[in-house]
Design a protein around this ligand. Structure first.
Ligand SMILES: [Zn+2]
Length: 131
């Protein structure tokens, strides 16, 4: 997987701004490339959970289609913990084909990790950054 550098900046900005609450959003791209992060409302308004506003989800999906992109995954932040999936992140991961990005901003340098989550298991994915 390759991530365009502006995506990393965007999700770190979003995470920093939303702290101490979690931010969340969608990742647009193609099969093996994430080109854009689209912010969404976190209906959970929580420091330890997120729930992407379904209206934002639908809008992002429509925007993506118009531009020949897909929703390849989702991101959210961990304002007070490392960038590893929580039990609820794993339990609530609804799409086995999606990539799940977690932005940890609890300490020093922001930490960004990417996961595939299926059958109650999270597997970390490696990625390159370009742009
Ligand atoms: Zn989480």
């Amino acid at each position: 997987m390759t991530i365009a550098r502006p995506v990393l900046r965007a999700v770190i900005d979003d995470a920093t701004r939303a702290s101490p609450r979690e931010c969340c959003g969608l990742l647009l791209g193609t099969d093996d490339r994430i080109v854009e992060a689209v912010r969404a409302r976190n209906l959970a308004e929580s420091a330890s959970r997120y729930l992407i506003d379904p209206e934002d989800h639908i809008r992002a999906r429509r925007d993506a289609r118009v531009r020949a992109l897909e929703v390849v995954g989702f991101y959210h932040s961990h304002p007070a913990s490392r960038a590893w999936p929580s039990p609820s992140d794993i339990a609530e991961a609804s799409d086995e084909d999606a990539v799940w990005m977690i932005v940890g901003v609890s300490q020093g340098e922001p930490e960004i990790r990417l996961f595939a989550i299926a059958n109650g298991q999270a597997r970390e994915l490696t990625y390159d950054v370009d742009g």
